[in-house]
Every structure is written in structure tokens, then in C-alpha cells.
Design a binder for this molecule. Structure first.
Ligand code: FAD
Length: 518
């Protein structure tokens, strides 16, 4: 989370010239002891808090577009007029204040109440059941209420905890630099106040789409008017001899992260299997805890398949600078008591093994129910699956992406949340196609990487700026077109790339890349 920014700029309670607020832009200042942004849009000026409600990102370093303020860190987006969080990962609105105009001057006055909920629409569904209390499930439940749906909403989650900020489980929380209070997305009171029934530690074991009913592991069942499947993904397990050893950990849930932390307390040496995002974030967190860390992976470079060789080399060098030892082009042969053996016979001492070798979408329920499944639950552009009234969102959903021109499945936090919201609105009859440009971030020590767009493979990677200098824009070309853009410490460009990809503006993307080079 970011620190509260030091107050800078004009004190808006004393008045500021309207001309100082750029049209379709923003001005940072302060009011009533808080950092405040004035945002000008369509002849009006709005005052909102200058700090993102997700991780405290500095909104003044972001972007204003169509009256919306975009956070530079993780691309949350807020409507300036209402302060409403219109795009995750932010879930809470920005505080806002009254703006009064006297002649050419603007004055920020009293705080305004949070926007009132829209009038409840006529119920289109009798009840909504959400299977999976993660990113997509939580975002859907909240969106149903925000849209004014007043019918019963039940969210069923196999984990015993309220929905958690999963990305934190491999980052600051695992490193010991964030307290556990930061991990829940909401307190339990939030759900009761919203009238969202939360069944935790409860697993759905059967789905009957014809009878519109789900079966729980405890023998009970629930009927639904509409169902959202948001069961996420399960870590792929090691299969080498000794894989069932208590040394071996996986990381998906808060319980998993707690277990790694508990093991790390008495450990001196850790082996991370897999040079994936999660594997490398775990390596960074364990180095922060002072463990010796060895990473074993079959790849020639970490993250090369997704990020290309330039970023792969950089990530490797970054981790090596922090003392991580890589054993690339190697696989694990066996896990023994306090050691592992690699395919070439090398033995590495290990008090702790963490495997981050990928995930599989949790599609068992959908398969058993006879829904169309192909490496994910197949949904249409409205995120509806092959049975009426059944939707899917998040890591399990394979949807027709208009830019890729084919169905894709993505494992990103923000995509899962945004899909949850779209599915909720479609459950209420919105018929809103899911056309959002994918976005994810990853953090390695003090270096954040942002990635917007989607390029499963690419013809060419072009680097503008300096990867080693930690200031770069990296474009991934598919068939000559820029399909995705990764950045390090170039947040403005990342936001602009997202907007350009959303509009399909290739000329704009080329101009962005050219200006990043100069
Ligand atoms: P989840 O959030 O996994 O939620 C699914 C829930 O469904 C789980 O709680 C599960 O227990 C429950 N469930 C499954 N089956 C059943 C059942 N039968 N009955 C009841 N409940 C069930 N993405 C990024 O973009 N950036 C990051 O930095 C990042 N970091 C990550 C770090 C970690 C450690 C992990 C594990 C993932 C990270 N991700 C990150 C990926 C991101 O968290 C996922 O893409 C996202 O959580 C997917 O959301 P979801 O709702 O589909 O699934």
C-alpha cells in the first residue's frame, strides 16, 4: 500500500483559477488536510481524493479520460463526478467534495455523501448463487448490489476465509512486510450489511442446470435463478518421487501462504520449482525473509514465454542481484528429506520447497454438469455458459476476445474482477459484451511490471527505453500489430496503451512506442 502523499499544490479551500485546471485533465492540490484532485470534464469541475482506494496509488500521476480518473499502479478507474470505482481492482469509491465557482475561481467546500445506489431494477432473476468466493465471485456479488439488485445473493466459497487479496499472498504478506489485516478484501460485516449470504468453508459438489440447483458437500442444496461459476484454478502438483513430502508447498490460498510463512520461520534454504510469476514472487519474498533461495525451471529464461527474452534476462539479473540462484534448463528429479535432486543429479539442500508450476482451471463442476468445457468453461461474449442462466467468470472462463479473434482464458486478478462485474450486470439483463483489455501486474522486490493486452505468441518484441535502466515500454507484435505492451516504471504509457488497445487504435500505439523511444 502507498503512504498518504505529502500535501502539495494549491489549497483549494482558498480558491484556484478555473484556467489552472486543464480541460479533460486534472490539477493536484489539497483541501481540508487531504490531497485532492480537481478534474475538469465537459464544462464541469469535480473534486475527488487524490489517492487510489486499492493500494494508495497517486492518481495525479495517472490519466483522465472521458471524466474518469485512472490509477497509474494497477489501472483502477473512478468516475470523477461520483467518485465511484467503475473498474477494479479498486472496490471503494473516492471521497469527493463540493466545488463552488465564484467568478473565475473554484473553491472546494464540504464533503459530499457517497453516490446513492440506483433505484432497484425490476428483479429479472429470483435469486443469484455464486460458486467461488474469490476475485470474480466477490466482484459479482458487490456489483449485483451496486446495480440495485435486491433479491437473494448467496456466495459459496470452499476456503474458510472471506474473499482475500490473492495477489498479496505471494508479495508483501508473504515477505512479512504487510500485516494480515490487509489481506481480506472486506470484513465479514460488509457482507451482512449488503445482504450477501456468505457460506464459507463450503464446497459445491454438484450442479444440475435443468433443476437450477447446486449440491453442497454437507448434503444441503440451493436452488438458483442465475448461477455464476467462479471457481478459479488449482495449482498443478508435482509428480516426482517424494512430492507428497511435508516440505512441499503450493500457493493459492491464505492458508497456503500462512503455511509457507510458518515453514520459512525455521528454514534456512528454500527451493522454488518453476520460474513463473508466482514462483519468482515467492523467491523474492523468501529472500526478503533472509532465506537462501534456489529456483529450478526447465526454461532458458524466466518468464520468457510471456515477457520475451529482454524482460526475461532482466528478471533473472534482478533476482540474481538479490542473491537468488537459478538452475535453468533443469527439472526436479525427486524430493528427499531436507533436499531435492535435479534431473542431472545435482542435490540442493532444502528446508522448504514451493512449487509454482502453473494452474489448471477448476472446471470439474461444469464438466460434471455437462456444460461445454474446453480448457476452461466456454462462455459467450456475455459470459454466459452453455446452459441457460449459468455464467462463468475469472480463471475458469474461456471467452471470445474480440482482439485475439478467438476464445481465450486468462489468469489475471483484474480480469477476474471485471468479468465478475460484467457477469453480474448480464445476470440482471444488461446484455453487455465483455470487451475489456486484459491487464496484470507483477512485483519483484521494488520493481513492478505492468502488462496490458494479450499476446500468447508474438512475431517480434520491440523495446523502447532501457530494460536494464528500469524504464521501458516493450511492445509485443502479432502479425505486425501491437497486441500487448509491458512497462517498467512507465505507468502513463501503460495506461495510454490500455486505452489505445481498447479502441483498437494501432496508429496511436505506434505513436506511443515512437515517443517512448525518443
Ligand atoms: P479465485 O480468486 O481463485 O477464487 C476462486 C474461489 O473458488 C476460491 O476461493 C476457491 O476456493 C473457490 N472454489 C473452487 N471450487 C469451489 C467449489 N466447488 N465450491 C466452492 N468454492 C470453490 N494476478 C494478477 O493479475 N496480478 C498478480 O500480481 C497476481 N498475483 C497472484 C498471486 C497468487 C499467490 C495467486 C494464487 C494468484 C495471483 N494472481 C495475480 C492471479 C489472480 O489471483 C487470479 O487470476 C484470480 O484470483 C482469479 O480469480 P477467480 O475468482 O477466478 O479465482
Amino acid at each position: 500500500m502507498g503512504e498518504a502523499p505529502a500535501l502539495t499544490g494549491p489549497d483549494f479551500t482558498r480558491g484556484v483559477e478555473l484556467a489552472d485546471v486543464p480541460e479533460a485533465g486534472m490539477l493536484l492540490g489539497n483541501a481540508h488536510g487531504e490531497a485532492v484532485l480537481l478534474v475538469r470534464h465537459g464544462g464541469e469541475v469535480f473534486a475527488v481524493a487524490a489517492t487510489c482506494t486499492h493500494y494508495g496509488g497517486p492518481l495525479a500521476e495517472g490519466m483522465v479520460s472521458d471524466g474518469e480518473v485512472h490509477c497509474p499502479w494497477h489501472h483502477a478507474c473512478f468516475e470523477a463526478r461520483t467518485g465511484e470505482a467503475v473498474r477494479p481492482p479498486a472496490l471503494n469509491p473516492l471521497r469527493r467534495w463540493n466545488v463552488e465557482r465564484r467568478g473565475s475561481l473554484l473553491f472546494v467546500g464540504q464533503p459530499l455523501a457517497p453516490p446513492s445506489r440506483p433505484k432497484a431494477p425490476a428483479p429479472t432473476v429470483e435469486s443469484v448463487v455464486i460458486v467461488g468466493a474469490g476475485a470474480a465471485g466477490n466482484a459479482a456479488a458487490e456489483a449485483l448490489r451496486r446495480e440495485g439488485y435486491a433479491g437473494p445473493v448467496t456466495m459459496i466459497g470452499a476456503e474458510p476465509t472471506v474473499p482475500v487479496d490473492r495477489p498479496n499472498l505471494s508479495k508483501d504478506y508473504l515477505a512479512g512486510t504487510a500485516p494480515e489485516e490487509w489481506v481480506p478484501l472486506r470484513g465479514p460485516d460488509f457482507y451482512s450489511a449488503q445482504g450477501i449470504e456468505l457460506l464459507l468453508g463450503a464446497r459445491v459438489v454438484g450442479l444440475d442446470p435443468k433443476a437450477r440447483r447446486v449440491q453442497l458437500a454437507d448434503g444441503s442444496s440451493r436452488s438458483y435463478g442465475a448461477l455464476l461459476l467462479a471457481t478459479g484454478a488449482d495449482p498443478v502438483r508435482l509428480t516426482v518421487p517424494g512430492s507428497d513430502s511435508s516440505l512441499v508447498h503450493y500457493l493459492r490460498s491464505l492458508a497456503d501462504s500462512r503455511a509457507i510463512i510458518a515453514s520459512a520461520k525455521d528454514a534456512a534454504r528454500a527451493v522454488v520449482v518453476g520460474a513463473s510469476f508466482i514462483g519468482l514472487e515467492v523467491a523474492a519474498a523468501l529472500r526478503t525473509r533472509g532465506l537462501e533461495v534456489h529456483v529450478v525451471a526447465p526454461d532458458a529464461r524466466p518468464l520468457e514465454r510471456i515477457m520475451g527474452s529482454e524482460l526475461g534476462d532482466f528478471i533473472r539479473a534482478l533476482h540474481e542481484e538479490h542473491g537468488v540462484h537459478f538452475h535453468l534448463r533443469h527439472t526436479l528429479g525427486a524430493v528427499h528429506d531436507r533436499s531435492v535432486v535435479l534431473d542431472d543429479g545435482t542435490t540442493l539442500a532444502a528446508d522448504l520447497v514451493v512449487a509454482g508450476i502453473g494452474v489448471r482451471p477448476a472446471t470439474a463442476l461444469a464438466e460434471q454438469a455437462g456444460l461445454r468445457v474446453d480448457r476452461g468453461v466456454l462462455v459467450d461474449e456475455y459470459l454466459e455458459a452453455s446452459a441457460p442462466g449459468v455464467y462463468a467468470a475469472g480463471d475458469i472462463a474461456r471467452w471470445p476476445d474480440p482482439r485475439a479473434g478467438k476464445p481465450i482464458r486468462i489468469e489475471h486478478w483484474v480480469v477476474a474482477e471485471r468479468q465478475g462485474q460484467t457477469a453480474a450486470r448480464n445476470i440482471l439483463g444488461a446484455r453487455e459484451p465483455f470487451r475489456v483489455v486484459p491487464f496484470f501486474w507483477s512485483q519483484h522486490y521494488d520493481v513492478p511490471i505492468s502488462y496490458t493486452g494479450h499476446a500468447e505468441g508474438w512475431d517480434r518484441v520491440e523495446v523502447a527505453g532501457s530494460v536494464a535502466g528500469r524504464s521501458c515500454v516493450v511492445a509485443f507484435r502479432v502479425g505486425g500489430r501491437i497486441a500487448a505492451v509491458a512497462t517498467i516504471y512507465r505507468d502513463q504509457e501503460s495506461l495510454r496503451a490500455e486505452a489505445l488497445l481498447e479502441r483498437g487504435d494501432q496508429a496511436g500505439l505506434e505513436a506511443l512506442l515512437a515517443s517512448a523511444r525518443s
